[in-house]
Design a protein. Structure first.
Length: 394
């Protein structure tokens, strides 16, 4: 399948330099909420990475220009571009901002050549974003993405059918979607290009790098039969706070979490949404930042339930907390109904016991069992409670 790929390398940095006057003659670090969102290659070589705190980034690259950015404008512009690309194809895949792919087959009646199609897509990107991107057209998504990443801004690079492996042979192996440890092993083995990787024995790749390595082995040979997936943006809500001094006291942390959650829960309730999962990034007084994930039993917008889940995660921290970042993910529509509690209030439980006692006399006590909660926060229902033999009260 012929695929067209639009790639704007370092999208966030390109946007900041084009629209927010970020300097181009010195290292640049873009931050959101006090954490690094993106950085220039000079800052990256100095040890700056996305997710680091602004303080740590400045220690590693003191000559860099720190610039706080607003994510809403570039995200909105990118969504507008995806909508505009809909006139070329209804199937647009966008794994991240700055990268979009769609099948180019069937457009021959509108464009004489693939080069003309690529130039039209590049012009659309220029009008929507004010940025020029590289265009790659090839058989398969991986080859098209590789071509787009190598193309200069505004350039269209077309890989003819059958020339995929020849085109890929001299490209760096870092284009493969492998984790950091796998790339480290390849460096130790002296594997620098896709040609070198594709010439490795398949069995050796499978035993050393597993399934991701095998899939990358096929892609390095120019074979990529993955279907394109329609772009669906997952919405998230997040907030961050920095404490004046490192805090260990749970009551003080509870107040900070309550203040942090208040605007997030207001947004959820105002829009009729509920949160199924939350991420907690904690910057400690000593040591690296820690990220924890908690999946709720049921989607909720209740501040009390969210705070209880976060406090349970903070209770496991051994060091004092310097800053907190909470991200609410897997947002769903809040349903009007809710599941009733299995373990009811005392008076209702007493009435139920009296009814069960009468039934036990009639049918026998062995016909009934009593549920007792043992771990209400467990993910699996069978781990939350156990059954006990029903015994009549004297």
């Amino acid at each position: 399948m012929r695929v067209l790929c639009l790639s704007i390398n370092d999208f966030w940095l390109a946007w900041a330099r084009s629209h927010e006057r970020a300097p181009s003659d010195r290292p640049v670090i873009l931050t959101v909420g006090g954490r690094v969102r993106a950085c220039s290659s000079e800052a990256s070589l100095a040890g700056v990475q996305p997710g680091q705190t602004e303080r740590l980034a400045l220690v590693r690259c003191p000559q860099a220009c720190i610039q706080e950015m607003e994510e809403a404008r570039p995200r909105l512009a990118w969504r507008q571009l995806l909508a505009a690309l809909g006139r070329f194809s209804p199937l647009i895949e966008s794994a991240r901002e700055g990268l979009a792919c769609f099948p180019s087959a069937g457009l021959e009646r509108h464009y004489r050549t693939e080069l003309q199609l690529g130039l039209a897509v590049g012009q659309t990107a220029k009008e929507c974003l004010g940025l020029a991107g590289g265009i790659g057209i090839a058989d398969g998504r991986f080859v098209a993405e590789a071509a787009a990443s190598q193309a200069c801004p505004g350039q269209v690079l077309v890989v003819p059918t059958g020339a995929e492996r020849y085109f890929l042979q001299d490209l760096p192996v870092t284009l493969l979607p492998l984790d950091a440890e796998s790339h480290r092993q390849l460096r130790l083995l002296g594997i620098r290009t896709l040609e070198q990787y594709s010439e490795l024995p398949y069995d050796a790749v499978q035993s050393r790098l597993g399934r991701p390595g095998c899939e990358s082995w096929h892609r390095a040979r120019g074979t990529d039969n993955r279907p394109l997936l329609r772009h669906q943006e997952e919405r998230q809500l997040w907030a961050t706070t920095s404490l004046d001094d490192p805090v260990r006291d749970q009551s003080l942390l509870a107040r900070a979490v309550e203040r942090l959650l208040r605007p997030l829960c207001d947004s959820l309730q105002r829009e009729g949404l509920a949160c199924q999962e939350l991420l907690l990034m904690t910057e400690m007084e000593k040591g690296p930042a820690v990220t924890d994930r908690h999946v709720l039993q049921e989607p909720t917008a209740d501040p009390g339930r969210l705070q209880a889940a976060i406090m349970a995660l903070l209770a496991r921290m051994s060091a004092a907390v310097q800053s907190l970042t909470v991200t609410l993910t897997r947002l769903t529509r809040l349903e009007a109904g809710h599941q009733l509690d299995l373990f009811m209030e005392r008076q209702l439980a007493a009435d139920l016991d009296a009814t069960l006692a009468a039934l036990a006399v009639r049918y026998g006590a062995d016909c009934f069992q009593r549920a007792r909660a043992i771990s209400p926060e467990a993910l699996l229902p069978e781990q939350r409670f156990t059954y006990e033999r029903f015994q009549m009260m004297p």
